[in-house]
Ligand binder design. Structure first.
Ligand code: MLT
Length: 267
């Protein structure tokens, strides 16, 4: 089983393909398996590595009370190093996007391109922070399956396939309770990185599911508009998780980014 020793923790990763490194960064409360269709569809253009972040999936359990975005970003930097690469195409979803923006701020030279899927640059509002506390309480009260019931309804598009529902449930129910709580704390206290967007100098792709009920499409379009030269790709019939809801469209957008080809939906 491939593990990287990173900042004192063993991080699990799945790797396929050859060529320049592409590092896939999952959201909350998910794991590397979010990206299995991307690994399959992109192995001919990239050395694709999907990692389980600290405390998630098959990586070591964590006792950190707060998983900060900066700590997770530092883990990604060390993972790129442990994989023997000097930089990577970063493909990140939602919480993974918060971490990717922190990585770009802290170590821009490690980032060859940036793909931000169903994510945002802003910090939590006061309501959002209260919502994180309420979710942690519901988790401890009802258990992961109660949270999975909510999230399967809230994260996927209007007509989710059974397959997407099943994959999402497996990821949520496979996440450790302490990781859930620590990641909620980390997201609650994350910084607003909106002012970073105009300073991003690498090719950037923003992907949004047109039925995302978590992050408004308009906010993601505005994020793309703020990054010089960024492309925006709206994916039909997908909610917050296009990599499992519409994997072929996500793969196509990534191939076009990696190969530098222009397609009709680019800005
Ligand atoms: C995620 O998908 O990573 C989360 O929905 C992000 C968040 O709760 O802010």
């Amino acid at each position: 089983m491939p593990f990287a020793r990173v900042n004192g923790n063993m991080l699990f990763y799945r790797e396929v393909g050859d060529g320049p490194l592409a590092l896939f960064v999952h959201g909350f409360p998910l794991d590397h398996s979010l990206w299995l269709d991307q690994l399959k569809g992109l192995a001919h253009v990239r050395r694709c590595v999907a990692v389980d972040m600290r405390g998630f999936g098959k990586s070591d359990p964590t006792v950190d009370p707060v998983l900060t975005m900066e700590m997770l970003a530092d883990d990604l930097a060390a993972t790129i190093d442990a994989l023997g690469a000097d930089r990577a195409d970063i493909v990140a979803l939602s919480m993974g996007g918060y971490v990717a923006l922190a990585l770009y701020e802290l170590r821009p030279s490690l980032v060859r391109s940036l793909t931000l899927i169903d994510t945002k640059s802003g910090a939590d509002t006061r309501e959002g922070r209260a919502g994180r506390d309420a979710m942690a309480d519901r988790l401890l009260d009802k258990g992961r399956s109660g949270i999975a019931d909510e999230m399967v309804k809230g994260l996927l598009g209007r007509k989710p396939s059974r397959r997407a529902q099943a994959r999402l449930r497996s990821m949520i129910e496979g996440t450790r309770y302490e990781t859930f709580v620590a990641a909620l704390e980390g997201m609650k206290e994350r910084q607003d990185r909106t002012s970073l967007l105009k300073r991003i100098e690498v090719p950037t792709l923003v992907v949004a599911g047109n039925e995302d009920a978590v992050i408004p499409v308009a906010e993601m379009r505005a994020m793309a508009d703020s990054v010089p030269g960024a492309r925006f790709n709206l994916i039909a019939d997908a909610g917050h998780l296009p990599p499992i809801e519409q994997p072929d469209y996500v793969n196509q957008a990534l191939i076009e980014l990696f190969e530098g080809r222009k397609v009709v939906w680019w800005k």
